[in-house]
Each structure stands twice: as structure tokens, then as C-alpha cells.
Design a binder for this molecule. Structure first.
Ligand code: NI
Length: 237
């Protein structure tokens, strides 16, 4: 990312970006709108550079993140892993978030504050919880992938939600944060060397592999999408 930030410091390097046409018109106006143009342009440039310099020179295949064996994760997660469809888990990770998010983005703030029974999380809190969990799981994946054998602690998901104030935030803000986290998740997993996929570590007192964590992230989201559909009445086609 440092490379991106540096690259963006000169307009010369931005000249090949189509968005620059719009940005030039706004250049002399230090407005919020021009800041947004700059942000969009910088994201595009970062993405381009990541693919050019940070990507591998071979095609990824299912073999890099193939389905984990049952002894690669705590049996508690088996129901999540089993929800993940056959195929490339990274591709699923890229697409599923849009399916899960769409009806939530389209509902009113009042509807997003609803829950299906007293004491249950609201839809906003479910989104926040999925996002929090993804951060925890990717942190575990990072440490294990880098060969760090330190046992990693568990976390109390209910305590997290109770302290987060998700219900006070807009649905757009919550979804925007989650999509940003997912982008980071994808960059992390896409950048792992093939040999780390089956590498194991200890998290929450149980053995877990890097690839199992990818499946847990995807399966956990699918688990909550099913609950949103069946108990909260969110319309998924
Ligand atoms: Ni959950």
C-alpha cells in the first residue's frame, strides 16, 4: 500500500486513469466532490498496481484453497464449512457478499433495526457481527500463514456486539465497512503462497488451518444469510 500512496503523489502517474478527465475539471475546486474523485482514482490505481506487482504470474486453481479435511477445524465450525458450495472458495467469497448485502441495502433503516424475537440481534447487528468475525478469522489466517505458532485467543461474539453500537449506525455505513473488510480478506487470501493453505495453528484452543479459515468465513456468512431469510424474512431470491 505504501507503493500506492507514493505513486499517487504525482499526477503524472494518474494520467492513464479515465477518471482523471473528471478529476481535472474539479482540480481547482477543493470540494468534497473532488476529494471523492481522488479517492476513487486512488482506489483504481491501487487495484491496478496490486494486480501488476502484487499478483502471482500463474492462475489460481481450486487446489490452492481446496476444501479442508474435518480435522483442520473445530467440529463447531463443521456446519459452516459444509454450507460452502463446491468450487473455488475465493470466487465464492468475491460474489456472495453482494447477494447477502443487496436486500439489506434496499430495506429501510427501521426494517434493518428489526429482530425476529426479543433479545435477538437486529439485522444491523448481524451485519456488524459478520464483519467482526471476518476480521478475527483473517487475523488468525494471517498469523498462521506467516508461520506464527502463538496460540490465538477466542472471542465472545455476544460481548462484541453489545459493545459495538451497530444499531446506532446506518445500514449503508455497516455494509460499506463490511465490503471494505471483504476486499482486504480477498487480498490477503489471494496473496497467500500455495504451501500455506494447509498450514495449521491454534485458535480458541483448537487446531485450524489457513484454508479452513477461508471456508469458515464463507460458511459463516451463508449461515447468517439463511437465518436472515428464514427468521427475519429478508427476501433472497
Ligand atoms: Ni455468527
Amino acid at each position: 500500500m505504501m507503493r500506492c500512496a507514493h505513486a499517487l503523489s504525482t499526477s503524472r502517474q494518474l494520467e492513464s486513469i479515465p477518471l482523471l478527465d473528471g478529476m481535472r475539471q474539479l482540480e481547482s475546486i477543493p470540494s468534497l466532490e473532488s476529494m471523492r474523485w481522488l479517492e476513487r482514482a486512488s482506489r483504481l490505481e491501487c487495484t491496478r498496481r496490486l494486480h501488476k506487482y502484487g499478483g502471482f504470474e500463474y492462475e489460481r486453481t481450486d487446489q490452492l484453497m481446496q476444501r479442508p479435511d474435518p480435522d483442520e477445524y473445530n467440529p463447531f465450525y463443521a456446519a459452516y464449512v459444509e454450507r460452502v458450495p463446491k468450487g473455488d472458495v475465493i470466487s465464492e467469497m468475491k460474489t456472495q457478499i453482494h447477494v447477502t448485502s443487496k436486500p439489506i441495502l434496499e430495506m429501510s433503516e427501521d426494517d434493518a433495526r428489526s429482530c425476529y424475537a426479543p433479545g435477538k440481534w437486529s439485522i444491523k447487528e448481524v451485519v456488524g457481527h459478520v464483519c467482526d468475525t471476518e476480521r478475527i478469522m483473517t487475523y488468525r489466517a494471517l498469523r498462521i500463514a506467516r508461520g506464527d505458532a502463538t496460540p490465538l485467543p477466542g472471542f465472545d461474539e455476544k460481548a462484541f456486539v453489545s459493545q459495538a453500537g451497530f444499531g446506532q449506525r446506518t445500514t449503508t455505513s455497516l455494509l460499506d465497512e463490511w465490503h471494505s473488510v471483504r476486499d482486504a480478506t480477498l487480498r490477503l487470501f489471494e496473496g497467500f503462497l500455495p504451501e500455506v493453505a494447509a498450514r495449521r495453528g491454534i485458535a480458541s484452543d483448537a487446531e485450524v488451518s489457513v484454508r479452513a479459515l477461508a471456508y469458515i468465513i464463507v460458511g459463516h456468512e451463508l449461515h447468517h444469510r439463511v437465518i436472515l431469510q428464514e427468521r427475519y424474512g429478508v427476501a433472497y431470491s
